[in-house]
Design a protein around this ligand. Sequence first.
Ligand code: ATP
Ligand code: MG
Length: 426
Amino acid sequence: MTSRQIQAIRGMNDILPEEALLWEFFEDTARAWLRAYGYRAIRTPILERTELFVRSIGAVTDIVEKEMYTFIDELNGESLTLRPEGTASCVRAVIEHNLLYSGPQRLWYWGPMFRHERPQKGRYRQFHQVGVEALGFGGPDIDAEHIVMCARLWRMLGLDGVALELNTLGGSDARARYRARLVKYLERHRESLDDDSKRRLHTNPLRVLDSKNPVMQELIEGAPRLADDLDEDSLRHFSDLQAKLRSVGIAFALNPRLVRGLDYYNGAVYEWVTDRLGAQGTVCAGGRYDGLIAQIGGKPAPACGFAMGVERLLALVSDGAASASRSAPDVYLVHQGAAADPFAEQVAERLRDHRVNVLLHCGGGSFKSQMKKADASGARFALIVGDDEAQAGEVSIKPLRELAEQVRVSIEEAADLIKKSVISDS
Ligand code: ATP
Ligand code: MG
């Protein structure tokens, strides 16, 4: 009797080898990109104390109210949460290890995030982000750097049609003034608010602007604008940022409705959006969060950053771009015979010493069936080892992707031949 099959959790995806190629292409590209801008990696645990996210993201936000995977650690009664995003953990680690003591930090992180949302295309319960944080930087130059960086990554990935939307949330005074005006407006239209918005009317009215509910859009369109309450500093920062973007030729649209779903933002905020992913059109989002470091117990310091959704980006990357990263081995090694089998294992290791990628045939079978597998593997060469070759300490090498004779050579000669051909091709 076979047991019942066990399946993955809804909204949490396996990335199978074919698709993993695309992920590797993305990861390699992203690492080269981050190095080019001098960002250094930081790796934090996937589990954190729940309080970290409540305090940073905000108690009255979608993420904290209904999307977090939170549970009690039975052993000590602590409330723990699978991280729903990366900024809070990054900032916690920077404070805990006093990294700002040695000056401002340019950091990046990468990995799975967890949110209990309704799974659909581009929206999953485990998804991946690459995030960038610049801590201890206050000026618009670093905001501009982040945006310029993103634009370069889109080029490196071969993406087009990703558009930039910008807004500024101003300082806390400006937001308090605006909040009062917004509440008045929303109260006047109380009957048209959906349940979420009614609840948020007094706890977190700005969040109403972030509603994805189509029936709310008209009301949101008519809401007063934060721009009218902005303080001078925010306005200057924002106009400097825009001037910098114009001077490097980065197009953007101002979107006064852009408020972001997390409470920690202030000042300039932005999203990169595409119309190719339906309702899940935001591929990258970020902005300034000058208050966050102090909010979770650090010495006040300005900061800004962004995070991109890897699944959404990969949905935009063409197969062509990814096929650049080859997965086929250089060599498929076929072998048969009492002396040939152990010799083949040595040959494989010797070739790997020469940085040749070898797929060693396992599981026996006739030469003919092994050659079929060699062909299907996509390898450029089959290496053939029979007892004859084993006795002579040699290998036969047969090109699989071009018309050429099979030749018998030493292991060193084989390594040379293979490497020359792989290099001339790439
Ligand atoms: P959305 O409005 O689409 O819910 P968000 O504002 O909640 O996005 P952020 O918290 O800003 O998203 O996260 C940054 C990026 O991470 C998003 O722009 C998106 O590309 C990606 N992302 C967020 N949530 C998910 C998810 N559940 N599945 C896949 N990607 C996600
Ligand atoms: Mg969301």
